[in-house]
Design a binder for this molecule. Structure first.
Ligand SMILES: C[S@@+](CC[C@H](N)C(=O)[O-])C[C@H]1O[C@@H](n2cnc3c(N)ncnc32)[C@H](O)[C@@H]1O
Length: 391
């Protein structure tokens, strides 16, 4: 392909796909992005200087899309229809409609895309939306390779396994076509980035993978210790944090000081209620759990908490486990640290009016650039030639 790829980014959120394209150094241009969420679009515009098309993707027609003459579509549709925590209504969930609707337009287009990339949660691969998607791809002569990969397989101490579908319209082909029509859990054949020498090809959660990961410490804002936090215990007892303590009040110590990490301190009442369900990691840990959009609002299953002190006056026995946890200087990872674990670039930032909770929500919906970039590099590589390995 001589000309730069013309790329559409659907469900663009805060632009994780676009950052992945940049990291993968794909010779192409995002000619339009689409998202229904105002705040996500504010963040996107703040970082890329372009405001995505704001509206429901479901209303787009084939004629609307033909105007872009796009070669590639990147799509990360809502994952709630398929998440284990959700109701798993799958294709019956209204949030799944726009995705199938837009794929169904492809056979009717004058300038259909040549390349598609889809990201979603694990569980999507057994959904009927997935079945419908593959049915449409077969009808329009697309070949596919599917993956379930997590950042831990790329040297990042972060467990966020996600489903990816790479699809190309024939006669385009994959570099390794023997992997067509397979669901793969390994990344070993993906192109190595100069700066990701730690990439290893083993299944997510595999012990050896996390051993070769960098420590969490490398992803923290510095200094990472909690200060001024002893009395920063605000909130209600239902595991939810008070509505009014957004950005300002939360973390204000009774002496009036607001330490940088004050608003990230885990209140003692939350430890008492949810301590046993917390995933606690240390700066030297080589793993942490997936941050969801509910991080900072809820504790259970929404992401790891950071222990900033290993010294406790209490013994970690079953009887005084909560006392022990209270002494760990627990705090939430900051939004910047979550962005670091998502491998977002240093210059990524939020406009001032986006609250902390909104920042977590937007990041929780986003993706790992460390995983998506090599997949995109593989997807866009030498698309018109068979690899020498196969010839
Ligand atoms: C899983 S998130 C994708 C996030 C994105 N990849 C990122 O890096 O931030 C799904 C996004 O799709 C948007 N969305 C959901 N349904 C939509 C629809 N029908 N039309 C347009 N955008 C939609 C949501 O606002 C959300 O930002």
């Amino acid at each position: 392909m001589d000309q730069p790829w013309r790329i559409l980014e659907f469900y663009s959120g805060v632009g994780g796909m676009r950052y992945s394209l940049m990291k993968a150094r794909i010779r192409g241009e995002v000619i339009e992005a689409f998202d229904i969420n105002d705040r996500a679009n504010d963040v996107y515009e703040h970082n890329f200087g372009h405001r995505p098309f704001q509206g429901n993707i479901q209303i787009l027609s084939a004629a609307d899309l033909d105007k872009y003459k796009a070669h590639a579509w990147l799509l990360s549709p809502p994952c709630q229809p398929y998440t284990r925590q959700g109701l798993q209504k799958d294709s019956a969930d209204a949030r799944a409609f726009s995705f199938i609707k837009i794929l169904e337009l492809i056979p009717t287009m004058q300038h259909p895309p040549l390349i598609l990339f889809v990201e979603n949660v694990v569980g999507f691969e057994i959904s009927d939306t997935h079945k419908q998607m593959l049915g449409i791809f077969a009808k329009i002569s697309f070949v596919t390779q599917e993956y379930i990969l997590s950042p831990v397989q790329f040297g990042i101490p972060y467990s966020r396994p996600r489903y990816f579908c790479l699809a190309k319209r024939k006669p385009l082909c994959f570099k390794i076509s023997s992997l067509n029509n397979q669901l793969l859990h390994t990344s070993s054949h993906l192109v190595l980035f100069e700066d990701s020498k730690l990439m290893v090809g083993c299944p997510p959660q595999h012990e050896e993978c996390s051993l070769s990961c960098q420590p969490i410490r490398n992803f923290l804002e510095t200094p990472f210790l909690v200060t001024d936090c002893a009395e920063a215990c605000y909130g209600t007892s239902d595991g939810k944090v008070k509505q009014s303590d957004e950005n300002n009040d939360r973390g204000k110590a009774s002496n009036g000081n607001v330490g940088f990490f004050g608003k990230y301190v885990v209140p003692h009442y939350v430890i008492e209620r949810w301590g046993n369900a917390m995933d606690i990691v240390y700066p030297d840990s080589k793993r942490c759990c997936c941050f969801t959009k509910s991080y900072y609002r809820y504790v259970k299953g929404t992401g790891s908490l950071l222990a900033t002190s290993e010294v406790s006056n209490c013994e970690p026995t079953a009887n005084n486990e909560l006392c022990y946890i209270k002494d760990l200087g627990l705090r939430y990872f900051t939004p910047r640290e979550v962005a670091n674990l998502h491998s977002f670039p240093e210059d990524f930032c939020f406009p001032k009016h986006i609250s902390i909770r909104q920042q977590y929500a937007l990041l929780g919906n986003s993706l790992s650039v460390a995983v998506v970039a090599p997949l995109l590099q593989y997807l866009f590589a030498n698309p018109c030639q068979q690899s020498s390995e196969e010839s």
